[in-house]
Design a protein around this ligand. Structure first.
Ligand code: ATP
Ligand code: MG
Length: 483
């Protein structure tokens, strides 16, 4: 890594020395960013958690969840066990007929665990890819579900920004305009003020944090990572913005050691170490230079082994702590016998997350074999799992779920229409009636109403079929369909 920051008065010779010592092939944890995948699953947006009370009992309607008390309480125990790190290497299976809230429960578990515990959702069919081996996909996802909390003491600059002065030069690469060669930043603590020089990359980080003069920031010297801590406290009266987060001006020196806690997953480490290191002597900003750098090398078992070794070392030294998270495999019946046998052994490995499976299948064939087995899962794996059942909903519960959904989707619906939908839900499925809400709302809007009435819902039901009705029609008109 090139030197990113320097104090103007004394250049950081020591840092350069440590950089030189770094072995090219050695595995490092520096500069690892968490690969957070943001997924917006609108089907479950009304759920905010499991809705349990302090003793762990399910409140009938809470956090968007209705009924299904036993399963929710069981999930509450699982959450406690995961948080106290007593669950690693175990498996849970949600079984139940379609639309009874299995996926919803798993997502509620992830919400209860909070952002510090990794939770990685996948669907059984994701393993089938023509490019990557099935077990490699599973292995990768296993590692995404294992977190590592690393405590590091880092050398940082911390203080209130007193000036930001970019130094611009002519673009020497033939482009138009000017480029920033370095930026001078003034930082002030209670004890002293200092000017430091940062490179354009660090300046970019500063801009991403939206840090301006008067903000308190810290800048990690080795990586150039910038964090904005808040606006300097004494400026409170000046701006009078209530939303601002203020923080005290740091005491002590501008250049100091700070304990920084970083949450990453083993997968983040694999990726960071498979990325070839930029040649520090080469030109980082030349486009040709970047093109010539191979983007990624493959994550091999050897590399994973190296990462594991390093992680073990850090754990032994007390620098890092393992945080086994959750790998959620929905529609687990889609996996085949090779995946199942891999899972058996992976669950027993030293670094194993908690694996939660969900399926709506009864007794069926295990993919890749002729064997019939409950839920399409081989008996030896099934034997290792704790099973949580979800039960069908009553009409009353369906009405409550529909009501919550209507609120989330901002749909006003009349009492008798809701009642009709819930009764319909008992005959067809919860999912079908939830899906009918939006089109019914559309019909009512077309008719110039703002509230969904029984007429809209009935009309909608005649326009669409649920799976059972559709299957009935198929049978009655079998001879007319193409075979
Ligand atoms: N107890 C509940 N409270 C509130 N909403 C629920 C509840 N159970 C299910 N839902 C909602 O009903 C819909 C269907 O539930 P979900 O997708 O979890 O079913 P599933 O058991 O995973 O079904 P499948 O087996 O078909 O995958 C979702 O929108 C879900 O958020
Ligand atoms: Mg599901």
């Amino acid at each position: 890594m090139s030197q990113v920051i320097e104090i103007l008065e004394n250049t950081q010779k020591e840092k350069e020395k440590t950089n030189e010592k770094k072995d090219e092939t050695s595995v490092t944890i520096e500069d690892v960013e968490t690969n957070v995948e943001t997924k917006r699953i609108s089907t479950h947006t009304h759920l905010k958690g499991l809705g349990l009370d302090e003793q762990g009992f399910a409140i009938n309607v809470a956090s968007g969840f209705v009924g299904q008390k036993d399963a929710r309480e069981a999930c509450g125990i699982i959450v406690d066990l995961i948080k106290s790190k007593k669950m690693a290497g175990r498996g849970i299976l949600f079984t139940g007929i379609p639309g009874t809230g299995k996926t919803a429960l798993a997502l509620a578990i992830s919400q209860e665990l909070g952002p510090k515990v990794p939770f990685f959702p996948m669907v059984g069919s994701e393993v089938y890819s023509s490019e990557v081996k099935k077990t490699a996909v599973l292995m990768e996802n296993f590692r995404r579900a294992i977190g590592l909390q690393i405590k590091e003491v880092k050398q940082v600059f911390e203080g209130e920004i007193t000036e930001i002065t970019p130094n611009e030069v002519e673009n020497t690469y033939g482009g138009y305009g000017k480029v920033i060669s370095y930026v001078i930043i003034g930082l002030k603590t209670k004890r002293e003020s200092k000017q430091i020089r940062i490179d354009p990359k660090t300046y970019e980080n500063l801009q991403k944090q939206k840090a301006i003069v008067g903000d308190v920031v810290y800048i990690e010297i080795s990586t150039g990572v910038v964090r904005r801590l808040g606006r300097a406290e004494y400026l409170k009266d000046e701006y009078q913005l209530e939303v601002e987060d203020y923080c005290a001006i740091p005491k002590g020196d501008v250049n100091k050691k700070k304990e920084i806690i970083q949450d990453i997953t083993l997968y983040d480490l694999d990726v960071a170490n498979s990325r070839p290191k930029m040649d520090t002597k080469g030109d980082l900003f030349s486009i040709v230079g970047q093109l010539l750098q191979p983007k990624k090398t493959e994550i091999t078992d050897k590399l994973r082994g190296e990462v594991n070794k390093l992680v073990n070392k850090y754990i032994d030294n007390g620098i890092a702590e393992l945080v086994p998270g959750v790998l959620f495999i929905d529609e687990v019946h889609m996996l085949d016998i090779e995946c199942f046998s891999y899972l058996n052994s992976a669950l027993e490995s030293a670094f194993a997350p908690i694996v939660i499976f969900a399926t709506n299948r009864g007794v069926c064939q295990v993919r890749g074999t002729e064997i019939q087995s409950p839920h399409g899962i081989p008996l030896d794996l099934l034997d290792r799992l704790l099973i949580i059942k979800t039960l069908p909903y009553t009409v009353n519960e369906m009405a409550m779920i529909l009501n919550i959904r209507a609120q989330v989707e901002q749909i006003k619906i009349e009492e008798d229409a809701l009642e009709y939908l819930s009764k319909l839900g008992e005959k067809s499925s919860l999912r079908y009636v939830i899906h009918l809400l939006t089109p019914s709302n559309l019909l009512s809007k077309i008719a110039g109403r703002t509230v969904v009435t029984l007429k809209d819902v009935k009309e909608c039901d005649t326009l669409f079929f649920d799976s059972k009705n559709s299957a009935k029609m198929l049978i009655s008109q079998e001879e007319k369909f193409l075979k």
